[in-house]
Design a protein. Structure first.
Length: 107
Protein backbone atom coordinates (compact mmCIF):
# COMPACT_ATOMS: atom_id res chain seq x y z
CA UNK A 1 0.00 0.00 0.00
CA UNK A 2 1.24 3.48 -0.92
CA UNK A 3 2.01 5.60 2.18
CA UNK A 4 0.14 8.55 0.67
CA UNK A 5 -2.85 6.39 -0.24
CA UNK A 6 -6.29 7.53 0.77
CA UNK A 7 -7.86 4.10 0.44
CA UNK A 8 -6.99 0.48 1.10
CA UNK A 9 -8.67 -1.95 -1.29
CA UNK A 10 -9.32 -5.59 -0.46
CA UNK A 11 -11.00 -8.12 -2.78
CA UNK A 12 -12.70 -11.44 -2.20
CA UNK A 13 -14.70 -13.46 -4.73
CA UNK A 14 -17.86 -11.37 -4.50
CA UNK A 15 -16.85 -8.36 -2.40
CA UNK A 16 -14.70 -5.30 -2.93
CA UNK A 17 -13.91 -3.48 0.33
CA UNK A 18 -12.70 0.10 0.27
CA UNK A 19 -11.33 1.39 3.58
CA UNK A 20 -10.88 5.15 3.68
CA UNK A 21 -7.65 6.01 5.50
CA UNK A 22 -8.10 9.76 6.01
CA UNK A 23 -9.85 11.15 9.07
CA UNK A 24 -11.17 14.07 7.00
CA UNK A 25 -12.56 13.42 3.54
CA UNK A 26 -12.96 16.83 1.98
CA UNK A 27 -13.36 18.17 -1.51
CA UNK A 28 -9.72 19.20 -1.90
CA UNK A 29 -8.39 15.74 -1.08
CA UNK A 30 -11.04 13.67 -2.88
CA UNK A 31 -11.33 15.34 -6.28
CA UNK A 32 -9.65 12.48 -8.13
CA UNK A 33 -8.27 10.05 -5.64
CA UNK A 34 -9.72 7.73 -4.33
CA UNK A 35 -12.55 7.76 -6.87
CA UNK A 36 -10.32 7.01 -9.85
CA UNK A 37 -8.82 4.10 -7.91
CA UNK A 38 -12.28 2.85 -6.97
CA UNK A 39 -13.51 3.13 -10.58
CA UNK A 40 -10.47 1.23 -11.82
CA UNK A 41 -11.03 -1.50 -9.23
CA UNK A 42 -14.67 -1.84 -10.24
CA UNK A 43 -13.73 -2.07 -13.93
CA UNK A 44 -11.18 -4.79 -13.19
CA UNK A 45 -13.71 -7.04 -11.50
CA UNK A 46 -17.34 -6.21 -10.87
CA UNK A 47 -18.15 -7.52 -7.39
CA UNK A 48 -21.64 -8.27 -6.09
CA UNK A 49 -21.05 -6.17 -2.98
CA UNK A 50 -19.08 -2.95 -2.53
CA UNK A 51 -18.20 -2.20 1.09
CA UNK A 52 -17.16 1.34 2.00
CA UNK A 53 -15.44 1.27 5.39
CA UNK A 54 -15.47 4.62 7.21
CA UNK A 55 -13.78 3.44 10.42
CA UNK A 56 -10.97 6.01 10.04
CA UNK A 57 -13.22 8.89 8.93
CA UNK A 58 -14.46 11.54 11.36
CA UNK A 59 -15.58 14.24 8.92
CA UNK A 60 -16.67 14.31 5.30
CA UNK A 61 -17.91 17.12 3.11
CA UNK A 62 -20.97 17.28 0.90
CA UNK A 63 -18.80 16.65 -2.18
CA UNK A 64 -17.97 13.22 -0.77
CA UNK A 65 -21.66 12.51 -0.26
CA UNK A 66 -22.17 13.45 -3.91
CA UNK A 67 -19.39 11.09 -5.01
CA UNK A 68 -20.99 8.25 -3.04
CA UNK A 69 -24.38 8.95 -4.67
CA UNK A 70 -22.77 8.91 -8.14
CA UNK A 71 -21.04 5.65 -7.24
CA UNK A 72 -24.44 4.25 -6.22
CA UNK A 73 -25.84 5.12 -9.66
CA UNK A 74 -22.92 3.43 -11.47
CA UNK A 75 -22.63 0.31 -9.33
CA UNK A 76 -25.17 -2.42 -10.05
CA UNK A 77 -24.65 -4.45 -6.86
CA UNK A 78 -25.23 -3.72 -3.18
CA UNK A 79 -23.27 -0.93 -1.50
CA UNK A 80 -22.69 -1.41 2.21
CA UNK A 81 -21.42 1.42 4.41
CA UNK A 82 -19.62 0.24 7.54
CA UNK A 83 -18.17 1.74 10.69
CA UNK A 84 -19.80 5.16 10.45
CA UNK A 85 -19.19 7.37 13.47
CA UNK A 86 -22.28 8.69 15.24
CA UNK A 87 -21.80 12.03 13.49
CA UNK A 88 -21.53 10.46 10.04
CA UNK A 89 -24.47 8.19 10.75
CA UNK A 90 -26.52 11.25 11.66
CA UNK A 91 -25.48 12.95 8.39
CA UNK A 92 -26.67 9.95 6.38
CA UNK A 93 -29.98 9.93 8.28
CA UNK A 94 -30.58 13.69 7.98
CA UNK A 95 -29.88 13.64 4.23
CA UNK A 96 -31.98 10.51 3.72
CA UNK A 97 -29.03 8.70 2.17
CA UNK A 98 -29.44 5.93 4.73
CA UNK A 99 -32.33 4.71 2.54
CA UNK A 100 -30.01 4.23 -0.48
CA UNK A 101 -27.42 2.12 1.28
CA UNK A 102 -27.13 -0.77 3.67
CA UNK A 103 -25.46 0.53 6.82
CA UNK A 104 -23.67 -1.87 9.14
CA UNK A 105 -21.76 -0.52 12.06
CA UNK A 106 -19.50 -3.23 13.38
CA UNK A 107 -17.36 -1.14 15.74
Amino acid sequence: MNESAIVDIQRTDKTLTIAFLESRLNAIRIDNEPWVTIDQSLQTSMPDILVLNFSNVNVLCSAVLGKIVVLNKKFKGEIVLTNLSELLLEVFHITGLNRLFTIRNVN
